[in-house]
Each structure stands twice: as structure tokens, then as C-alpha cells.
Design a protein around this ligand. Structure first.
Ligand code: DX5
Ligand code: ZN
Length: 217
């Protein structure tokens, strides 16, 4: 899958060494860097906020892909623009006004992504396609790395059809590994987020392992 981008999620990185971890995954072939922001409210886990994301920015030479698992979203959009997010993704389930949220994300100068939990149908984005640069299909219930993949092949196929010739990425997030990734790419995904499958077995002091893991996906 030469045209498939790999976006390692630093949720599975060493939390005491984010700068070095980001440099290591990029040096070993990461296309994007995926940053999972969790608020302990929309999802039952807490990670980092805009100040941390701003500190990651100088280390990211590729694309900083920020996935917000927070509610509400709108009060924080400017903070993530200021932090240097290239793509800012909000969940369709995070509030009643995703349409306005996507407009505000673009208005703040970022690419706008919309994420769908496993229980949310593809049709939830039918009226958002002209406001969206990326659709993130969750293949786990968000909150934690290392969970078991939930098959969303049918949703991805439907989205690819709905998108038509618009330039919208389909990103898959959750449980991507060498056994689950090929089916998603075949169904029409072009960006694969992978956390545990990339960072597993490696460290910054052991160069090469992250790259091997990425190529295996
Ligand atoms: C899930 C996060 C994912 C997750 C992926 O809540 O949005 O990005 O970290 O991790 P793996 O690849 O381990 O499922
Ligand atoms: Zn994510």
C-alpha cells in the first residue's frame, strides 16, 4: 500500500520523552504524527491539552494530526490553532453543532476532521462533506490504546462512495496492525493511525524498531 499514510499515535509513546519519541518515529518513516487529546469526560481517560501540544510542535516536521476526544470542542479551537495543529478533528458525538465546529476549525486556519465512534453511522457526515478534510473512522471505542479492533469495513466503503471525487482523507483509528490494516486500505482508507503496533517492542535508544513496525503495517 504505497499511497497509504501511517500516523503513529504518541498515546503509546514514552510520556516522559515525547520530543525524542516524535523525532524517532519521523526519522523512521512516519507520514503524520497523531496526537490523542482526551478530557476524562467525553472519554474515560485524560492525556494532554493545548500547552503540551504546543510543546510537541517544534519536534513535528511532518503533519501534526490532533484528534480531540473532548466535549465541548468550540472553546478550545483557538488554543489548538495557537498550539500549531495542522489538522484538528472533532467527534460528531461531542455536541449538537458539529457543522459550526468544523466551520470554526477551518476559520482558525486548520484542516478540519470529523471522527465517528463505532456506533455512529456513515450517514452522520452526509451533510458535512464540504466542510471536512478528513473523516476519522474509529475502529475501537475511544479512550485507550491497545484495544481490540472492531470491524468497520462496511462504513469505510460507504464513506468512500459518499466522498466521490472530493479531496477528503479517510483515516482509521484503533487496533491497526498487520492483520487488520490491509482490509481497511482495501475498503478505501488512506491514513492509518497506529499506536501500540508502532511503539511495541521499541524505544528511542533502540533505533529501527518503530520503522520495522510501521512497514509491517
Ligand atoms: C483511541 C485513540 C487511538 C489509539 C490507537 O482512543 O484515538 O489513536 O491510541 O491506539 P492503538 O493503535 O493501540 O489501537
Ligand atoms: Zn486517535
Amino acid at each position: 500500500h504505497r499511497s497509504i499514510k501511517i500516523a503513529p499515535s504518541i498515546l503509546s509513546a514514552d510520556f516522559a520523552n515525547f520530543g525524542a519519541e516524535i523525532q524517532a518515529i519521523e526519522a523512521q518513516g512516519a507520514d503524520w504524527v497523531h496526537v490523542d487529546v482526551m478530557d476524562g469526560h467525553f472519554v474515560p481517560n485524560l492525556t494532554f491539552g493545548p500547552m503540551a501540544v504546543k510543546a510537541f510542535r517544534p519536534h513535528v516536521k511532518t503533519v501534526m494530526d490532533v484528534h480531540l476526544m473532548i466535549a465541548p470542542v468550540d472553546p478550545y479551537i483557538d488554543a489548538y490553532a495557537d498550539a500549531g495543529a495542522d489538522i484538528l478533528t472533532a467527534h460528531v458525538e461531542a455536541g449538537p453543532h458539529i457543522h459550526r465546529t468544523l466551520q470554526a476549525i477551518r476559520g482558525a486556519g486548520m484542516k478540519a476532521g470529523v471522527a465517528l465512534n463505532p456506533g455512529t453511522p456513515a450517514e452522520a457526515v452526509a451533510h458535512l462533506l464540504d466542510l471536512t478534510d478528513l473523516i476519522c473512522v474509529m475502529t475501537v471505542n475511544p479512550g485507550f490504546g491497545g484495544q481490540k479492533y472492531i470491524d468497520m469495513t462496511d462504513k469505510v466503503r460507504r464513506l468512500r462512495k459518499m466522498i466521490g471525487d472530493r479531496e477528503i482523507h479517510i483515516e482509521i483509528d484503533g487496533g491497526m496492525d498487520p492483520t487488520t490494516a490491509p482490509g481497511m486500505a482495501q475498503a478505501g482508507a488512506d491514513v492509518l493511525v497506529a499506536g501500540s503496533a508502532v511503539f511495541r517492542g521499541g524505544s528511542v535508544s533502540q533505533p529501527g524498531v518503530y520503522g520495522e513496525n510501521m512497514r509491517a503495517i
